[in-house]
Design a binder for this molecule. Sequence first.
Ligand code: SF4
Length: 337
Amino acid sequence: MSTPPAHLDPTSAGLQRWHPAGVFFRAKLGAAVRKAALDAGFSCPNRDGTLSRAGCSFCNPAGSGTGLAALPLAGQWALQVPRIRARDPQARILAYLQAYSNTHASPERLRAVLEETAALPGVCGLCLGTRPDCLDVGSGEARLDVLASFVRPDGLPFMQLDLGLQSADDAVLARANRGHGARVFAEAAQAAAAHGLLVCAHLVHGLPGAGPHDLTRSVEFLNALPVSGVKFHNLLVCRGAPLAREWQEGRAPLPELEDYVAALTEALERLRPDICVERLFADPAPGELVAPAWAADKAAGLRLLRRELDHRNTWQGRLDFCPERLPDWAGYHLPNT
Ligand code: SF4
């Protein structure tokens, strides 16, 4: 990491030093936003045998699912919305199809799920997690067409794809058994943007074979793409994931919290300022975390990151985009979004 400019006031502790997702969503939807996680019962090509049955090395067997897939989406929504409203009565609520790969289906099934989602009472849009190789890019783009057809005032006016990149290093992706390379992600992000869809990229720090600057290289890769958000994750060893055995056998050393904060600081300093940061630390589900122990205390991690950024008096995009001053995050928007 380079030294911040000496003329900046090093006492400016407590400033907002990254582009917060709240600012981004308020600009898009005019209010604070909460997400209701829904499970439409999709699978994943990297688990159902289409690509492999092993899954990505870090994926837990539940694939970030809620376990509610047996209920119709309306029933899942009805369970979650009162809890969200109790905490934040004014918030607008996005549906979040999070589990597995939510475009791994025929265009007809995808359309049916989107119709069900658009009919949820009070839904203001959709975040949809999927793989970049599940969008028919380069082969007719039928599933992207279906998604784009719902971006309308009486459908799902806000639509964001949560797309896994994890690392921009193909060797790291191969070792994690991702089943696709970085170029596939780049093509998917470009095709999604051309269809009027927002893209939030997911990155992981600490995958086996990744160097200490892997997160920064991945951010530089994203900077060249039409991406509007990023979720950073520290690598978790989850119960039942293939990585658990690698870790137990000593073949997958995990970064310490201080290593992750250093990598995150370096990556944030390179990140384009218009890209909002939706997540900085992975959020293990109850009972799934095997290691590292520090990952159970996300609040402590965030405190350490804030302290490091304050101490260095640095911020998102400082090195390549905005060296002189901390940006007004509310002033940053992607062109044409
Ligand atoms: S991480 Fe995602 S793409 Fe990989 S196996 Fe799990 S659900 Fe599939």
